[in-house]
Design a protein around this ligand. Structure first.
Ligand code: ATP
Ligand code: AMO
Length: 405
């Protein structure tokens, strides 16, 4: 049997029958798998692996820091090789932990919202027009009609609120024809979207998000200690620092902090560049000791057509982004619920109103004031674990160069 076993190839799947021996310590209740020995009586090979693996799982599991040592005997497995053989790559302990953590993020998001009367919805992904601007949309032919893949559930989640469901969320695919190779953009990602009626102020949405994310971070830290430790063994990172309640800053305050730090080229009524977001993240960390914060009151010019202008100052809007370690994970706002203003803003933003007429009509028969947000699942996991590349948190990533596996 020993001779036969020595010919089995690595990663083969086997069934073993045998006796589990009591641990040497004698303490059966508290023993772990490591303490007990299985004495094999018979072994069956269920599925024999090819003799040569695309790469050694041991090599793919090495801490990044090991490769800095001069005398290393390990082979670095490059990202493309890993992604080309993703199923093998996913067998490393860190990857197993990353996708358990990702699953937990969805579970914590879903459970927390359900407990607050949110209803899970499923909106169409084949739609007639763009919702987030036309540039990054995948176009396709829908039985002879032009159509596109949904860039977000935006318009439909708002319509669901207006159906009187009042509080809704969705976890689903989002498609963006982002033609750029960055560490944080995918062409398909998983959106965690929520939308809710508000009574008096759009900060009601931020209060829900504050509780939701603190619940999520606490849940990961308490219930996924083992997974977090396994990831950090391969990809060392500083645990996320967050305040309770979450820090809220206004956009003009952020601009003032950047200017004070001598950062040039900041547009006070435009959007922040990725670089400015990163620097602001560092400044916030130095001043407030948090990796997680909310930036509210964005300039109106930087936001999509459906965003509610700030009634006190039309240069600004009732909107927000939320950041982890200086990178955006969430974008959201109060929405316009007046159909005339919505039409005007759509026209100003160059949107063909015919393609969204049913959406605009949804606000004509009594409309609840409302707001919400969209969260990028892969970004949350990437930034919580400080993994540096979104391909590490997407099981089968889609980027401008990759459509397989
Ligand atoms: P040793 O040869 O010192 O007994 P080992 O076989 O226990 O070592 P490894 O070959 O390094 O250890 O295996 C790694 C892990 O696989 C072990 O810590 C244990 O969890 C598990 N393992 C290995 N052999 C057995 C076995 N016969 N029964 C149960 N678990 C085992
Ligand atoms: P936005 O376009 O900012 O907002 O997207 C929301 C969140 O989705 C994530 N994200 C991405 N993740 C990976 N790859 C991409 N290409 C990508 N693009 C965006 C980010 C981002 O914060 N409808 C609005 C949301 C709303 O207002 O409710 C929207 O889609 O984490």
């Amino acid at each position: 049997m020993v001779k036969w076993v020595s010919n089995l190839t690595k990663e083969s799947v086997v069934d073993i029958q045998g006796l589990v021996m009591a641990p040497e310590s004698g303490k059966v209740e508290s023993c772990t798998q490591q303490d007990v020995e299985l004495v094999a009586q018979s072994i069956y090979c269920v599925s024999r692996s090819e003799p040569r693996l695309p790469f050694e799982i041991d090599d793919a599991s090495r801490p990044e820091t090991d490769f800095d040592k001069e005398d290393t005997t390990y082979v670095r497995v490059g990202q493309d090789t890993r992604l080309n053989h993703r199923v093998i790559d996913l067998r490393t302990p860190a990857n197993q932990a990353i996708f358990r953590i990702q699953s937990a993020v969805c579970e914590l998001f879903r459970d927390a919202l359900r407990a607050q009367d949110f209803v899970e919805i499923h909106t169409p992904k084949l739609i007639g027009g763009a919702s987030e601007g036309g540039a990054s949309v995948f176009k396709l032919d829908y039985m002879g009609q032009p159509a596109c893949l949904a860039q977000s559930p935006q318009l439909y989640k708002q319509m669901a609120v207006e159906s009187d469901l009042e509080r809704v969320f969705e976890i689903g695919p989002v498609f963006r024809a982002e033609n750029s190779n960055t560490h944080r953009h995918l062409c398909e990602f998983t959106g965690l979207d929520m939308e809710m009626a508000i009574k008096e102020h759009y900060f009601e949405v931020l209060d829900v998000l504050d509780n939701l994310f603190l619940h999520m971070f606490d849940g990961l830290n308490e219930r996924f200690k083992h997974e977090l430790q396994v990831v950090s063994q391969q990809f060392p990172y500083e645990p996320l620092k967050y305040l309770r309640p979450t820090l809220r800053l206004e956009f003009p305050q952020g601009i003032a902090m950047l200017k004070e730090a001598g950062v040039e080229g900041v547009d006070p009524l435009g959007d922040l560049s990725t670089e400015h977001e990163r620097i602001l993240g560092q400044l916030v960390k130095e001043k407030y000791d948090t990796d997680f914060y909310m930036l509210t009151k964005y300039p109106a010019a930087a936001r999509p057509f459906y965003t509610m202008p700030d009634p006190a100052d039309p240069d600004y809007s009732n909107s927000y982004d939320i950041f982890i370690r200086g990178e955006e994970i969430i974008s959201g706002a109060q929405r316009i619920h007046d159909p005339a203003l919505l039409t005007k803003r759509a026209v100003e933003c160059g949107i063909e109103v015919d393609t969204i007429q049913a959406y605009i009509d949804a606000f004509k028969y009594g409309a609840l004031p409302h707001g919400g947000c969209g969260v990028g699942l892969e970004r949350v996991v990437m930034l919580f674990l400080n993994l540096g590349n979104i391909r590490k948190t997407s099981m089968f990533p889609r980027d401008p160069r990759r459509l397989a596996p």
